[in-house]
Write a protein that binds this ligand. Sequence first.
Ligand SMILES: NC(=O)c1ccc[n+]([C@@H]2O[C@H](COP(=O)([O-])OP(=O)(O)OC[C@H]3O[C@@H](n4cnc5c(N)ncnc54)[C@H](OP(=O)(O)O)[C@@H]3O)[C@@H](O)[C@H]2O)c1
Length: 457
Amino acid sequence: MIDFLKTGRTKSYGSISDYYAGKSVFITGGTGFLGKILMERLLFNCSEIERIYVLIRGKKGVNTHNRLQQMFDVPVFDKLKALKPNALNKVIPIEGDVTKPELDIKTSDEQKLIDNVSVVFHSAATVRFIASFEDIMKVNFEGTRKVVDLSKKIKNLETFLYISTSYSNGNKLIIDESIYPQPKTIDEVYSFIDNYGDNSKAINKFISGYPNTYTLSKALCENYIDVNRGPMKSIIVRPSIVTPVFKEPLPGWQDSWVAATAAFSDVARGLTKVIHGDSNVVCDMIPVDYVCNLIIVAAARGNPTDDVIVYNSCSSSCNPISWKNGADLYLEESLSHGKYELKPRQVEVSSSTLMVNLMTFILQTIPSLSADVWLRLKGEEPKYIKMQKRAVLLRDLLKVFTSTSYYIKSENSQRLIETLDEEDKALFPCDPRTINWQTYMPVFYRGVQKYLLKPSH
Ligand SMILES: NC(=O)c1ccc[n+]([C@@H]2O[C@H](COP(=O)([O-])OP(=O)(O)OC[C@H]3O[C@@H](n4cnc5c(N)ncnc54)[C@H](OP(=O)(O)O)[C@@H]3O)[C@@H](O)[C@H]2O)c1
């Protein structure tokens, strides 16, 4: 156990916002799902923060400056703009790309970071499970290596915080808040990529028990930080499956179709009626605001030890909900709104692939085929089989998660949360034990409808 966490609150309580007062931070991945909430929460709740430097690459012909302005048009920033209109002026874009040599940051920008930053939050990554192994290594591993190199040059760095994933050790069923031995050497990984590229059979053998190459890459990043952090005080926060905002700044907000979001939505749209697993398999969800609040709190409390501190931000070990239960609650809410593509029903769950395939044919393929025939008869373009194929692809991609009950421990995180007074607990809700899933799942559903599927659906 980490000693300072055992001791709990100090005599003169240091609030989270006090920690950030007058300090500047550097965020990579600030334009992403987590990054936007992290930035908004810092600006909203830590008003005295000096500057937030954000690494942004030019993309699809839009330059860094315009991308930042476009990001501020996202509704999560509406409340901040209305109540604290000057706060956004504190955000300074730093043009750069984690795949380029030395992040491709201008020398003058690098100097600004070296001179001014107190905390680095490294969130940039590709979370596309289907990206090529080579690309995943390039963005996640090489990107982390470069961000670590830059961070080590920062003069007054107090904390380097890396956002990993709870599944970085997804080859284990019980996952502790510690760094596990490195699964492969970097040479082994690159020599595998040179020889086999994206040969999926060879990859499955190579990653031996890891859910995918993404999770393996995150494990390699953790090991890299552990060995190469030098004098940097380092923290790793590992979120599990990140889901829409629960509370602030905008309940239900979400901008990415990942994992549980896409899976539950397919159930409610009547596209998925059977999933792999059994009815008790735990779906380790955690709302994005809970993750970002824990990140903010963890950096503020710092790391007084010489080791890397790991915090799992997850629900399986302290407030579990099953995939089946989550899908049923989501469906219940959706039925009360009566919006779907094909008539939905409660999901069937089976650990037999044969049974899943058979039920898929009966419950999904036949109704989709019939609906397409009906569309053709009306002279319209068929679409249901196409949607069906996509839903099955996603469901199968998530098979390892829907059929494996991971138990992800979170004692370090809970001890960290206990260092907060009631006011900070309310300002930075991050305790998964306080989530009532019956309340959350309707928020989740409405958010997906509003922010992802848009009103036409
Ligand atoms: N979402 C989850 O369920 C989940 C769960 C566990 C852990 N995590 C971890 O949380 C972190 C954030 O994930 P997220 O969900 O926010 O992902 P996301 O929405 O896909 O955002 C990824 C961020 O990384 C940036 N990025 C990617 N490639 C880059 C490059 N070459 N140079 C500079 N920036 C680059 C993206 O910038 P662009 O806007 O330019 O693309 C974006 O800001 C990741 O480290 C991920 O592994 C996520």
